[in-house]
Design a protein around this ligand. Sequence first.
Ligand SMILES: Cc1cc2nc3c(=O)[nH]c(=O)nc-3n(C[C@H](O)[C@H](O)[C@H](O)COP(=O)(O)OP(=O)(O)OC[C@H]3O[C@@H](n4cnc5c(N)ncnc54)[C@H](O)[C@@H]3O)c2cc1C
Ligand code: FES
Length: 345
Amino acid sequence: MQITIKPSDHAFPCDADETVLQAAMRADLMIPYGCRNGACGTCKGKIIDGDVDYGAYQRSTLSDDEKRQGLALFCCAKPLTELVIEVREVRRAGDIQIRRLPCRIESIDKPTFDVAIVKIKLPANERLQFLAGQYIDFLLKDGKRRSFSLATPPHADELLELHIRHVPGGLFSDALFTQYKGREILRFEGPLGTFYLREESDKPIIFVAGGTGFAPIKGIILHALHHDIQLTRPMVLYWGVRSKQDLYLPDLPKRWQSENPGPFTYIPVLSEPKPEDAWPGRIGFVHQAVLSDFSDLSGYNVYACGGPAMIDAAKRDFTTLRGLPPDAFFADSFTYAAESEARTT
Ligand SMILES: Cc1cc2nc3c(=O)[nH]c(=O)nc-3n(C[C@H](O)[C@H](O)[C@H](O)COP(=O)(O)OP(=O)(O)OC[C@H]3O[C@@H](n4cnc5c(N)ncnc54)[C@H](O)[C@@H]3O)c2cc1C
Ligand code: FES
């Protein structure tokens, strides 16, 4: 079956039982995706002509109304006929191959009680090619996967760094916090995702991190500072957490602000500061801090990463209340695998 993407007119074949996204990736064409399991909505696009089997997805991600308007989630949809679809192509996947590799945990540091900074090492002579901001999936038993964002930029890829929050009772993070001591061997697939800096744009950038959503943003900012991108594109980072101890790398963004030429501003925001924090700074939800500081976002690019509630609220409010073009909002939403395992068709 042939699929044609508008407006580029790129066409590619799709095998029986392949999703539109799988076929596009096989043809070296990258359409946006995040979770690849019908939970985040990143791959949503329009079917201009033809029919699909919508596959297994979460109803909250694609409503019946949206289906009537011709929208589909291309990570789940399989063509039933030849298709013409409309979707934003982000880039050609080019030479970035998605690979399965073993890795060894080199170190586990716990800067606060519920966040671990984990460094992993690939086999000798192996490097992972990736774009700053992408993530990897650990491949666990029984086909389960857990996604974690890369906090290191590609130019410093000797060890790959991950920031993992402890979800009590969580399959992977509980084992990490209670059993792992370092030197464990794991397998992963990567690089994945389309959360990376669009360098063709010259717009100023607002980064919005929620909790460990700081991880991929750290990777992107280190990449940007390494290439002096802030000299032409002013950057501001909002990092939202509950209380002061949750800012688990408190000095790093301060250093970015003080040590770099060119405009880089760091604004930490606490939603529930403790009395002992004696917090002199911003208080509230992180996306609301952005709303208070910017009356017009039409000339910006926003890169947001964190929990689904924050990402959904930021996307909705920035686009509807502040004029941010929807295609200037880039995000990775930390949806939970357990949630999507219970998805409906
Ligand atoms: C693209 C992507 C990138 C991600 N990157 C990161 C990252 O860099 N750092 C990071 O810490 N996490 C990240 N996540 C989330 C991560 O993949 C796991 O979902 C998380 O670590 C929980 O996995 P677990 O196996 O410990 O818990 P599970 O076994 O998946 O969950 C156990 C129970 O807790 C619930 N639950 C799971 N997560 C949460 C939560 N956060 N809050 C409340 N309840 C929850 C589940 O619904 C379930 O009932 C990312 C997710 C995605 C999709
Ligand atoms: S990538 Fe399709 S819904 Fe997340």
